[in-house]
Design a protein around this ligand. Structure first.
Ligand SMILES: [Zn+2]
Length: 137
């Protein structure tokens, strides 16, 4: 599979870990949006689009965000809030997110990450003033 286009949308806030979003086209036929470019402790990496995992309330069935203590709908105490809050390590965050689309081989993941980060560096070199993030929400 070939990456035919990478578009990068810089985020304005320089203090945040989230640096930019990328839209990647494969084989001129398939587009994945919302790939995040994140500054981690050992450099930049990409995060594939993901959704938050929700857990249903045992009493009313309302889908609450993972790690909620009480149901947002009926107020019942939820049984799965065992982990301490505030310990927002990356592994915890990842445990609550499920990737929607992602490479399944290490080699393609590295290839994709390299291309996206190259496009990010190019976009950054052009200057952050011309960000088109506003039409990307
Ligand atoms: Zn409930």
């Amino acid at each position: 599979m070939e990456i035919t286009e990478v578009r990068v949308f810089l985020k304005d806030s320089p203090d945040k870990k989230l640096k930019a979003y990328a839209t990647v086209t494969f084989d001129n036929a398939f587009v994945v949006r919302n790939i995040k470019i994140i500054e981690g402790t050992s450099g930049l990496f990409i995060a594939m689009p993901s959704r938050k995992i929700k857990q249903p309330c045992p009493k009313c069935g309302f889908k609450n965000e993972a790690r909620s203590k009480y149901c947002n709908q009926c107020g019942a105490q939820l049984p799965f809030a065992s982990r301490p809050v505030g310990e927002a390590s990356l592994s915890n965050a990842q445990a609550e997110h499920k990737d929607i689309a992602h490479p399944i081989t290490q080699s393609f993941r590295e290839c994709l990450q390299k291309r996206v980060l190259e496009a990010y560096e190019q976009e950054k070199a052009k200057g952050a003033g011309s960000s088109s993030y506003s039409d990307f929400k």
